[in-house]
Ligand binder design. Structure first.
Ligand SMILES: [Zn+2]
Length: 336
């Protein structure tokens, strides 16, 4: 049996104590002094949840292409450069890129990630192939291959995945979009969509779709963010991806309004999906969130929104935790 000790981040805040654990589970959560020499001392937090990735485009990172710093030109379907590269890539290339990103996530303490997977049914199957040999949980949000609603395709996608994750209302014919949403809700699966990333989009149309959570909301106005809060819809921010396009979340306003915030690393082609890098970058942009606020966003808050186990550091729960240096947030120990 091994021990880690220090400050433990629980749902109710920080507590001083220790965890004893074996390879599979936590045996004891103890308060006070650690009975044996711990393998690591520091800030003990649950393993992370990356609330928004597109690991399918990770292979592009290696190509060292000078990517356009424009959302429309790079990622908007169907003609954004990323989609052209996805169509041209071999299956091996795609899977290798995804596995590289999965490895980055595991090595930096992430145990669950929520991925927007492109390329319809084949796209989901490729992601599942990439996941086969790794110890990580995924929430796969798929999308139709073309931007139209086909009942059979959506049936298959919803059987294979956890729900649907789409580009944005500006890319879609709203009637097709509504059919997809209706079908997704009928099957009680997740629906999510990028919103107001580089231009402000109509908040009524967005809310009409009853998304489980929204991605970005950079260009949303104060009243838009208030409406989102009133509707209890979380927002996933991806600060490093936004910075690539010269964009920045309105942290101050998000904090003032009290929107529920989760954090994602967005496209694998832009940055390796390391949430600690994302948090450190966020701290460098905005001092208004404490480290603990941000750690809560990538642990308990994300688990709650994504319906994952929240009773995570107690006895008999899976040994899924990370020990961090409290000052630098450098990982000192990551459970396997
Ligand atoms: Zn995205």
């Amino acid at each position: 049996m091994k021990y880690v000790s220090g400050e433990i981040l629980t749902v109710d805040g920080l507590t001083r104590g220790y965890l004893s654990f074996n390879d599979r589970e936590i045996v004891e959560f103890g308060k006070g002094c650690c009975p044996k020499k711990p393998v690591s001392k520091g800030l003990i937090v649950p393993s992370f949840v990356n609330a928004h990735t597109h690991i399918g485009d990770s292979f592009i990172r290696k190509k060292e292409i000078d990517l356009p710093r424009d959302v429309e030109a790079l990622v908007a379907p169907p003609v954004g450069l990323k989609h052209k590269l996805l169509k041209k890539a071999t299956e091996n290339e795609l899977i290798e890129g995804m596995e590289e990103s999965i490895n980055v996530m595991i090595k930096s303490g992430t145990k669950i990630f929520s991925d927007f997977r492109e390329d319809g049914i084949i796209g989901v199957c490729l992601l599942k192939t990439a996941l086969a040999h790794w110890k990580i949980s995924s929430i796969i949000l798929s999308r139709p291959d073309n931007m139209i609603y086909h009942k059979n395709e959506i049936d298959i996608l919803l059987n294979l995945s956890d729900g649907i994750g789409l580009s944005s209302i500006s890319d879609w014919n709203i009637n097709e979009l509504k059919k997809i949403v209706h079908h997704t809700k009928q099957k009680k699966k997740i629906f999510s969509i990028h919103a107001s990333e580089s231009i402000r989009e109509d908040i009524d149309k967005i809310l009409d779709l009853k998304p489980d959570f929204l991605i970005h909301m950079i260009k949303a106005s104060k009243s838009d963010l208030i409406r989102v809060k009133e509707n209890d819809i979380p927002i996933v921010i991806c600060p490093r991806s936004n910075a690539f396009y010269g964009l920045k979340p309105n942290y101050k306003l998000l904090k003032k309004i009290g929107n529920k915030i989760l954090i994602g690393t967005d496209n694998g082609m832009l940055n390796p999906p390391n949430l600690l890098d994302e948090i450190n970058y966020t701290i460098s942009c905005f001092k208004g969130f404490s480290k603990i606020d941000l750690l809560n966003m990538i642990t308990y808050d994300a688990r709650k929104v994504l319906n994952q186990e929240c009773d995570i550091l107690g006895s008999n729960s899976k040994a899924e935790f990370v020990v961090l240096n409290k000052q630098t947030l450098k990982p000192l120990y990551i459970s396997v």
